[in-house]
Design a protein around this ligand. Structure first.
Ligand SMILES: [Ca+2]
Ligand SMILES: [Ca+2]
Length: 203
């Protein structure tokens, strides 16, 4: 019985899932630039992001519509480009990267499309097809305790037509136990130990 109580006390702080946290990324939905509907622009700087050699194409209701808000981006601008952003992490905490991707209606086909992503040491590819529907991709990773970087890069033929990206977020799903939780847990274990000793004395 005491072992059960002790196990429960130990497990509680470790499995307490925090409510899905705030987006740790700045400008993850690419809404920082005001664009009129039906217009687009290629920028060499983008709020929150480090932008690759060929810039970033921001669009508002051109060759598709945003998944979230008004703006979305594409990384095959005048050629295949990239963006990246770093964020602070807690060692051992679980995080989730989530983003949405879709191909243009006026695309040049699967060989021209595709988006590579990476976060920490994880990498992958999406969108190497002709689907024009927004699709969601999520992956989980563990914080290193140091700043980590999320990045995206256009794949496929570098021909100024590529895969669109919107709604990028990194959220902490569960933290490591907080000092207060650990203190409570240790106090609980001490109480269980005292009760066990008393019971043994009574027996
Ligand atoms: Ca957006
Ligand atoms: Ca392309």
């Amino acid at each position: 019985m005491n072992r059960l109580i002790a196990s429960a006390l130990l497990a509680a702080p470790l499995f307490a899932m925090a409510a899905t946290g705030d987006n740790l990324l700045t400008n993850g939905s690419f809404e920082s630039n005001a664009l009129r509907s039906g217009t687009w622009t290629t920028l060499s700087r983008l709020d929150g992001w480090t932008v690759g050699r060929h810039g970033v194409e921001v669009r508002n209701n051109v060759s598709g519509s945003a998944m979230d808000g008004r703006n979305f981006i594409e990384l095959d601008t005048t050629g295949n480009s990239s963006i990246s952003q770093s964020f602070a992490t807690l060692a051992g905490a679980t995080y989730e990267l989530s983003f949405f991707f879709a191909n243009r209606a006026d695309q040049r086909g699967a060989a021209s499309n595709g988006l590579g992503w990476s976060v920490g040491s994880l990498t992958g590819e999406v969108g190497r097809n002709t689907s024009t529907q927004w699709a969601n991709y999520t992956t989980q990773f563990i914080g290193t305790g140091k700043p980590m970087t999320v990045s995206f890069a256009a794949l496929g033929r570098s021909d100024s037509y590529g895969t669109s990206l919107d709604g990028v977020s990194v959220r902490m799903l569960s933290a490591v136990p907080e000092p207060q939780s650990l203190a409570l847990m240790l106090a609980g274990l001490a109480a269980v130990g005292v009760m066990a000793r008393r019971r043994r004395r009574q027996d």
